[in-house]
Design a protein around this ligand. Structure first.
Ligand code: 5GP
Ligand code: MN
Ligand code: MN
Length: 331
């Protein structure tokens, strides 16, 4: 039961000290917000903690409370160098599966116990304790409930973090996950001091020049299947270099093919090297793209999912489209 899960998660936190807080590789708004929200709660409870992520904090999220204290693998230790210390108590937020933790796992003690807090339906409950709500709009939503359970009233700092997680994972309170509970939470967060319009402007409206240029290039490569139900774009790391865009500038690009009238599945292929392609999948509602992604070892949500290929770009495109087509045929 949900209230039991909340109590168990609270007990996990109360009964330990000196935590490692981790989230998924290439962290997004919910990942970073959830990381600092857990840190905020631990600080209020007088607990010690370290925040860690494999990759850097996107610069757009640098305004979040203590986000600059999140250690990243590049600073904190390369893959081949040993971490300063290994942690026995780990809190993992917004990770669809264990593999999404990436190289941050190097900081786990061999006997580490994990508290897994997440909202991805493909999460298999890899934690010692699991706090999972699959219809939650964001991990930040779950954490708001956990703060209540821990008896902590949000101040403006943590309210801003939670609001950021909700805002980004719901595409600005627009996706189907935007439940009455989400709106009630948003209301409480605004009362706690969140500046809603400023966050929406900063996180959703503002674009870097690089972002607009990579959009321009990506859109120039738009392709549609014969039946016009699948649309896709692709970009390479050379494109990023040439346009001055960063990986975080790719966020939202996959929505363009998905938004085309009549399209059921929109795809973005990002080629990272000769043999490495990341795929983002978005569904207009009928196709469960999490299932498609899972066939390639990925996962995510029904309408937003992803996976990786260790193949060349044309091969990754061919295989993905083939599976999407099968999913469409099965409707
Ligand atoms: P995005 O396309 O924005 O990177 O990711 C969309 C959703 O799919 C996110 O909820 C993310 O957690 C999930 N996702 C993306 N890539 C992967 C992956 O390689 N493995 C898994 N398990 N989930 C992924
Ligand atoms: Mn995320
Ligand atoms: Mn999330």
């Amino acid at each position: 039961m949900w209230t039991e899960q909340l109590k168990e998660a609270a007990a996990f936190i109360r009964g330990r000290d000196d935590f490692l807080i981790v989230s998924h590789v290439q962290p997004d708004g919910d990942a970073i917000s959830s990381t600092v929200t857990v840190a905020w709660a631990l600080e209020k409870l007088g607990k010690r903690y370290t925040m860690l992520n494999e990759g850097p904090v996107p610069s757009r999220l640098g305004f979040l409370w203590k986000s600059s204290d999140i250690r990243t693998m590049d600073e904190a230790g390369r893959e081949d160098s040993a971490p300063a210390k290994r942690y026995r108590s780990v809190i993992c937020v917004d990770c669809a599966d264990y593999g999404r933790i990436g190289r941050a796992e190097q900081w786990f003690a061999p006997d580490a116990e994990l508290l897994n807090i997440d909202h991805h339906p493909t999460n298999n409950g890899f934690g010692r304790v699991n706090l999972m709500k699959f219809h939650a709009a964001a991990t930040a939503e779950i954490l708001f409930e956990l703060l209540d359970e821990l008896g902590l009233a949000p101040d403006a700092d943590v309210a801003t973090a939670i609001y950021t997680g909700l805002l980004t994972d719901t595409g600005g309170f627009r996706y189907s996950s935007t439940s009455p509970l989400v709106m009630a939470m948003a209301s409480r967060l605004l009362e706690a001091g969140v500046n809603g319009p400023e966050l929406a402007e900063h996180l959703l409206e503002r674009m870097t020049a690089g972002q607009l240029r990579i959009l321009q290039r990506g859109l120039s490569r738009l392709e549609l299947s014969e039946d016009q139900r699948i649309a896709w774009l692709w970009v390479t790391s050379e494109d990023l270099e040439e346009t001055g865009a960063t990986n975080e500038d790719l966020e939202g690009l996959v929505n363009y093919p998905r938004n085309i009238e009549g399209v059921e599945v929109g795809l973005l292929f990002k080629q990272n090297g000769q043999q490495s392609v990341k795929v983002s999948m978005r569904s207009a509602g009928k196709v469960n793209v999490a299932e498609v992604a899972q066939r390639f070892g990925g996962g995510g949500h029904i309408r937003a999912a992803g996976c990786r290929f260790t193949d060349r770009l044309p091969e990754a495109i061919r295989q993905t489209i083939e599976e999407v087509r099968k999913a469409l045929d099965a409707l």
